[in-house]
Write a protein that binds this ligand. Structure first.
Ligand code: CTP
Ligand code: CA
Length: 221
């Protein structure tokens, strides 16, 4: 392994990583959420910290230990996640790995909803803020903004469209139709940039994280 300054190419750099799902309240006991485990995002936060970055990990509800040397901010909703990211600015790097709930219930019932003669309640949903797009187009903009795209089909085409739509620098695309990717320990990703697409072999999420962190360090050097 490298030692000395070469081992810490991100020393003095600040990074924000979002990870995990968000949970959007329906009433005091119920939430709208998704199956994100947070593993890939936590691994990226750990890898950036290993390269010397000052990392703020903004985490939705997950059952994972905080990586060594990482500052963790726990949130529940998409709006809390955005506020925590904005509070962590300025940053050199921002990696949005969280599976942010696209929608939230328009209103949160003040007390637990009860079954009754009226039958099941209708849920009216409204769109959540897009954290990746907000940080990509906001101020101060991190030098390198990276998004993820979990898709079940047309993975690279959708990722290219997202790169353009969100205004980020890279999209890391992964095919979640592959059994075991959601919640599993391995990931097969493609790195989509305005310069083209690079496909990486299926490997451990911790490996993907280290390779990505190294690439980010090169990009900023
Ligand atoms: N993202 C975000 N805030 C949101 C939605 C998504 O920051 N409200 C980020 C994710 O963290 C990810 C990227 O945007 O880095 C792509 O998320 P994805 O769900 O694939 O894209 P969407 O734009 O939500 O499109 P769709 O779910 O319809 O495919
Ligand atoms: Ca989405």
């Amino acid at each position: 392994a490298l030692e000395g300054p070469a081992a810490k190419p991100l020393a003095g750099r600040r990074a924000i990583v979002t990870a995990g799902p968000t949970a959007e309240p329906i009433d005091p006991v119920r939430v709208l959420t998704n199956r994100s485990s947070g593993k890939q995002g936590f691994a990226i936060a750990a890898a950036l910290a290993e390269l010397g970055a000052d990392v703020t990990l903004v985490a939705g509800p997950v059952a994972l230990a905080t990586p060594l040397g990482v500052k963790r901010v726990d949130v529940e909703t998409a709006r809390e996640m955005l506020a925590a990211c904005e509070a962590a600015l300025p940053a050199d790097i921002c990696v949005c790995v969280a599976a942010v709930s696209d929608w939230r219930p328009e209103t949160e019932a003040g007390s637990k909803m009860k079954k009754g003669a009226d039958g099941p309640p209708a849920l009216t949903l409204v769109e959540n803020p897009d954290i990746l797009a907000t940080l990509s187009n906001g101020f101060p903009r991190p030098k390198l903004v990276v998004g993820f795209a979990a898709e079940t089909d047309n993975v690279e085409a959708y990722a290219q469209a997202k790169l353009a739509k969100k205004g980020c620098d890279w999209i890391v695309a992964n095919d979640v139709s592959i059994t075991g990717t959601m919640g599993g320990d391995d990931n097969a990703v493609s790195i989509v940039t305005p310069q083209g697409i690079e496909r990486w072999e299926r490997t451990a999420k911790s490996d993907v994280a280290r390779k990505l962190a190294t690439r980010m360090a090169e990009e900023l050097s």
